[in-house]
Ligand binder design. Structure first.
Ligand code: NAD
Length: 262
């Protein structure tokens, strides 16, 4: 597997869920990490220290709100100033909102598009010159099964994630003759706070136990009947950083328990 000693990775939305799983996996291979995301200040500082001690790498933190382009640029600048550059960019931060299209609140549309789609563009634009300067790079965009197929009541999310898959292809083509690659990972259901909220809503709406709500959620989309784990996604991201993956370019890699095979 990849040795990432001396490499710097920015992982957006890494205070929780999939982003944290990826940060752990890259730190485990020796990369220095710039964490980003929201949460309790003290808890984030304790997480930062714990990861640094466990993996013996440098771990920074930047609380940039990725819905604001200027803060996306300052996140990348912070990584360069504190950790010396950006070799790996994982665009992971994301939010969800569920409502039918004719009732979908305008401000939720704007927020989902800003965080799940536009932030990826701004971060790539800011980080790519760093990778070109160093002659190597990995851009990994966390899309979704919803980057490949649709579901009802998720118009902003599905639009953003399909956009991320398209953006991934353009960036991969523009960097095709370099040692910089750009790919998307398309997970199915992963049990993170983002999905727990949808389970809680389903349980409340249909008067189900939590276990039954989880089973129903999986049964509807994910043939394996099991959640994808953050460790499995971390391992796939790490593989994409390896030399073995140097010719994987512009791919949208499914890790979805069979969701999009149907
Ligand atoms: P999560 O809610 O556990 O984590 C989201 C992270 O993004 C957190 O660290 C949060 O603080 C951060 N974040 C949210 N808004 C932000 C903002 N404005 N600025 C900076 N950081 C912000 O969610 P997750 O399930 O780990 O999702 C991570 C990514 O994976 C998202 O892009 C999501 O769409 C995608 N995804 C998740 C699943 C799933 O089943 N959980 C499936 C497919 C794709």
């Amino acid at each position: 597997m990849a040795t990432l000693k001396g490499k710097v990775a920015v992982v957006t939305g890494s205070t929780s869920g999939i982003g944290l799983g990826i940060a752990r996996s890259l730190a485990g291979a020796g990369a220095d990490i710039m964490l980003n995301g929201f949460g309790d200040k003290a808890a984030i500082e304790s997480l930062r220290k714990k990861l640094a001690a466990q993996f013996r790498v440098r771990i920074g933190y930047d609380g940039a709100d990725l819905s604001k382009p200027a803060e996306v640029h300052s996140l990348i600048a912070h990584a360069v100033a504190e950790l010396g550059g950006v070799d790996i960019l994982v665009n992971n931060a994301g939010i969800q909102h569920v409502a039918p299209v004719d009732e979908f609140p305008d401000d939720r549309w704007d927020a989902v598009i800003a965080i799940n789609l536009s932030a990826d563009f701004h971060a790539i634009k800011a980080a790519l010159p760093q990778m070109k300067k160093r002659g190597w790079g990995r851009i990994i965009n966390i899309a979704s099964a919803h980057g490949l197929v649709a579901s009802i009541n998720k118009v902003a999310y599905v639009t953003a994630k399909h956009g991320v898959v398209g953006m991934t292809k353009v960036v991969a083509l523009e960097t095709a003759t370099t040692a910089i690659t750009c790919n998307a990972i398309c997970p199915g259901w992963v049990l993170t706070p983002l999905v727990q909220k949808q389970i809680d809503d389903l349980a409340r709406r249909e008067k189900l136990s939590e276990t039954e709500a989880k089973r129903r959620l999986l049964a509807e989309k994910q043939p394996s009947g099991d959640f994808v784990t953050t460790e499995q996604i971390g391992a796939l991201a790490l593989y994409l950083c390896s030399d073995a993956a140097a010719q994987i370019r512009g791919a949208a890699l499914s890790i979805d328990g069979g969701w999009t095979a149907q």
